[in-house]
Design a protein around this ligand. Sequence first.
Ligand SMILES: NC(=O)C1=CN([C@@H]2O[C@H](COP(=O)(O)OP(=O)(O)OC[C@H]3O[C@@H](n4cnc5c(N)ncnc54)[C@H](OP(=O)(O)O)[C@@H]3O)[C@@H](O)[C@H]2O)C=CC1
Ligand SMILES: CC(=O)[C@H](N)C(=O)O
Length: 262
Amino acid sequence: MKNIGIVTGASSGLGKGIAIEIAKGFDIDELWLIARRKERLVELGKEIYENYGVNVVLMSLDLIDEKSLQKISERLESQKPNIKILVNSSGFGVMGDSSEMNRKVQEDMILLNCKALFSLTNICTNYMSRGSGILQIASVAGFCPQPYFAVYSATKAFVLSYSMALSKELKKRGISVSALCPGPVNTEFFDICERDAKMENMIKKMFIKSPNFVVKRAIKGYLKKKTVIVPGITMKLLSIIEGLYIKQLSSILAYKIYKKFN
Ligand SMILES: NC(=O)C1=CN([C@@H]2O[C@H](COP(=O)(O)OP(=O)(O)OC[C@H]3O[C@@H](n4cnc5c(N)ncnc54)[C@H](OP(=O)(O)O)[C@@H]3O)[C@@H](O)[C@H]2O)C=CC1
Ligand SMILES: CC(=O)[C@H](N)C(=O)O
């Protein structure tokens, strides 16, 4: 059986960086790279194959479209691989006053950041085995309901909560789930984020990290099977103030109570 890795959002930023690290260091036969921009995927696929000898499957798909999820599902069903790692990095955020912003854009944020992430995770767990793992790209925004980033931070709260709970459920199958919660990272994310709102956020810019810094910590945390990975000391402190440990404790308690009575 083929061992594969799947990375969404592989055309740029964190997804691209993580895909390269997986190709470098993970024992897989094939890496599936997913995003909309085909030319970016072709470029990355070439780089990965030439430098690390890993076969790539390029899937230029819009994950907001249900048909894209069907395509992935059908390919998995026809090949029946063992998914060693799934990375859900496709996502976007737009800043602004939620009541004044375009509704479709906000709905798309929910569809991509939450619905597509859930569906793909749910599909892929059927092809995972002991030792497999899932790396979800959440955000420190998931700890804090952020005014003028209301829908985005709510989508990341969903990713964080879902991933923390799922990590308990999948433990019995030997599958790890990690939620990466970075602060601001210097990727194309902010070009899209501030395109319409033109809200230059100086505080965020003060704490911005390079994608390389975040990717390295993401892989390290994933390999340690950490449920929540928060890169950098400032963001760690922020996540503690915003209740990370209380969330973790209540999730463990909820799991134990469920186990005791079921
Ligand atoms: N940058 C930051 O400060 C932070 C980012 N994050 C999260 O990290 C993740 C990656 O973002 P980042 O790398 O920074 O930003 P980028 O904009 O560089 O990457 C976003 C990725 O998502 C893909 N994507 C966007 N829309 C779709 C779609 N409809 N279907 C499929 N793929 C799509 C893009 O590819 P394409 O356009 O080719 O489809 C791209 O590969 C996101 O979930 C983001 O919320 C979390 C914390 C901080
Ligand atoms: C874009 C992000 O998710 C980041 N953590 C932020 O809040 O700026």
